[in-house]
Design a binder for this molecule. Structure first.
Ligand code: GLN
Length: 399
């Protein structure tokens, strides 16, 4: 008889005790299990642009099939630097200030591993994209959350308290993690808000780590500003971005971090030993993607606006209170009208009985009760998918 090895707590890292598996990815599995429409995980169900698919195929055919330089193929780094100059007016040295990683997900955790020591704190706005919690813990840092308060008026903005933010900077603070346009709220941070963060970063000698993956997905005239473009921030900011959302290739896993040389060196070391490099042929295709004309980006934002304005009325009709996003492709909603005791129960009912997967709001908060009457929907989907979702929503009853 084979002896079953009794794995116990002593065989596992303490670190993994402090977080759970991703709820977003779990909801995708449930969507598949129940044959539900997946409005949970944020990935498009429509094709990526033809030009860049062809560029990837050509790169493979041309035998770009071995490791790229660990910190990124030269063509892609050059394109990243060029785009940062064009869009944000920031000069970047592609040789010394760019690290290409396996998605912005790796860029974020590699950055935190490269800058944080045990006992450091990182400031994170809450609700937050769920990765930032485990990312902080794995890098030895403690996240300190600052509340984003839901809009008080139907088309208002999420806001935060200046005093609460200032207080959060005073605890062995290493960095603030900023995500603008924001997942899950859709908030696009204003220049004034970013200037306040700049002033605090300078006053308390803190870094900004900014996830700008939704940079090009903006509505209603909202403008994306990279905090690195503000006076005094160029040399204390790590700007993270990637191909996934802008070019609808979330499965390619190509992202990057842009940072001053000393930080870049540290991130490169971590990245090298974590993953060696991002997929070489897809980096070549990425260089082509970053060269798409301005009309591409305009079209992208406009198509997402149409999708937003397709899903939200259907949600409102079904009884959700929606917080209108100004950027990114999610809508946070309030579910109080349905009379469920919490978001997990509600999301379970929605995926099983109605056939739509969403993300329970609690996964964006430290204390589950803070998100217990919220759920998030992703609208990066084809019109047919959103039509079908609207049809299914008609079966949802208020209790
Ligand atoms: N950013 C996407 C979301 O919030 C998913 C990212 C991921 O699952 N890696 O749904």
């Amino acid at each position: 008889m084979t002896q079953v090895f009794p794995v116990s707590k002593q065989h596992l890292s303490d670190k993994v005790e402090h977080f759970t598996e991703s709820v977003i990815r779990e909801m995708t599995r449930q969507a598949m299990q129940y044959g539900a429409i997946n409005l949970a995980q944020g990935f498009p169900d429509f094709p990526a642009p033809e030009e860049i698919k062809q560029a990837a195929q050509q790169a493979i055919a041309a035998d770009v099939n071995q490791y790229a330089i660990t910190w990124g193929a030269k063509n892609l780094r050059n394109a990243i630097a060029r785009q940062m100059k064009e869009w944000q007016g920031i000069d970047v040295d592609p040789e010394r200030e760019v690290v290409v990683c396996c998605g912005s997900t790796e860029a974020m955790i590699a950055t935190l591993l490269a800058v944080c020591n045990k006992g450091d704190e990182v400031v994170v706005f809450e609700p937050f994209y769920e990765n930032y919690g485990p990312d902080s813990i794995l890098s030895g840092a403690k996240p300190r959350f600052v509340s984003l308060r839901p809009p008080q008026t139907p088309r208002g903005e999420w806001t935060f308290d200046e005093q609460e933010l200032r207080e959060a900077f005073q605890h062995h603070t290493k960095a603030i993690i900023l995500n603008t346009p924001n997942n899950p709220t859709g908030k696009v941070f204003t220049r004034k808000e970013l200037e306040l963060m700049r002033d605090l970063c300078v006053e308390y000698n803190v870094l900004a780590i900014t996830d700008e993956i939704y940079e090009h997905i903006l509505y209603d005239g909202a403008q994306h500003i990279s905090i690195a473009s503000l006076d005094g921030m160029r040399d204390r900011t790590v700007t993270i971005n990637g191909l996934s959302k802008t070019y609808s290739v979330t499965g390619w896993r190509v992202g990057w971090a842009i940072a001053p040389p000393a930080i870049t060196n540290a991130v490169r070391k971590v990245h090298d030993f974590l993953t060696v490099g991002a997929p070489a042929p897809l980096q070549e295709a990425g260089a082509v993607a970053l060269g798409l004309p301005p009309t591409y980006y305009k079209g992208l934002a406009e198509k997402y606006r149409t999708r937003r304005d397709h899903l939200i009325p259907a949600l409102e009709k079904a009884g959700f209170h929606c917080y209108l996003p100004r950027g990114a492709y999610y809508v946070m909603t309030d579910i109080s009208a349905f009379g469920f005791s919490n978001d997990i129960e509600f999301a379970g009912h929605l995926v099983r009985d109605i056939g739509i997967a969403c993300v329970p709001g609690s996964s964006f908060y430290k204390h589950p009760k803070d998100g217990s009457q919220q759920v998030r929907f992703a609208f990066c989907k084809k019109p047919e998918t959103l039509d079908e979702a609207a049809r299914r929503l008609e079966n949802l009853q208020r209790r």
